[in-house]
Write a protein that binds this ligand. Sequence first.
Ligand SMILES: C[S@@+](CC[C@H](N)C(=O)[O-])C[C@H]1O[C@@H](n2cnc3c(N)ncnc32)[C@H](O)[C@@H]1O
Length: 237
Amino acid sequence: MGGRISELGEMLAARNIDALDGAVFDLGLSSYQIDDPSRGFSFRLDGPLDMRMGREGRDAAMIVNLCPESELADILYKYGDEKAARRVAKAVVERRKVQKFATTADLAGVIRSVVRPDKSGIDPATRSFQALRIAVNEELSDIETALEQAAALLKPGARLVVVSFHSLEDRIVKHFFAEQAGRKPAASRHDPAGLKPTVAPLFKLVKSAPVLPGLAEIRANPRARSAKLRALERLAA
Ligand SMILES: C[S@@+](CC[C@H](N)C(=O)[O-])C[C@H]1O[C@@H](n2cnc3c(N)ncnc32)[C@H](O)[C@@H]1O
């Protein structure tokens, strides 16, 4: 069964599935996609500036070559937390006037020319590439819709388990789960009252803190280092 997670409800209804014994979302990109240069997700491997998970709709080249400078800067800042978003957008717009972008290495080169490496040691192109990927695939709105649909279909006692890989994804999951469990996110850790359920919730958090990968797992699979697993359980009706 293939399709966008935001179409989960329709896909299940089409198969006469009206309730779930459980659901697992393993968000983000697969290693196959990252390691396949022809998909255009990686700034390490040169390939077409694509980044589409589903291979339809607008690709990254369309955003980079057509988006107004301010919109491009907003995408880089909002979805990549790129502090140099305006500088990157300006450099991209200057360059595309001369020559359109077609490959990942080309774009990564221009980004690296205006973003200095910082203490984190991550490639200066990382945040911009993450931002473009999220924008191309409308990942955050898809996650919000899919969480709502999956939670609504859980049978009593069933669990919704989500593995996220960056803070934007995890923030959506954390807030949705807290809301469903009747817990408004504590305004601050000095506000334990915020942890008390306000209405009779239909769900409970399986654990209030996310499950994180252990050292052995990170050594075996460094890409798991930023993973966070959260689980929500439907209470008896
Ligand atoms: C982290 S990978 C899952 C890897 C899988 N658990 C495995 O072990 O091979 C996430 C997968 O979800 C897909 N995906 C991401 N966002 C999606 C969305 N909005 N709708 C449908 N699939 C999506 C990606 O294309 C990718 O194949």
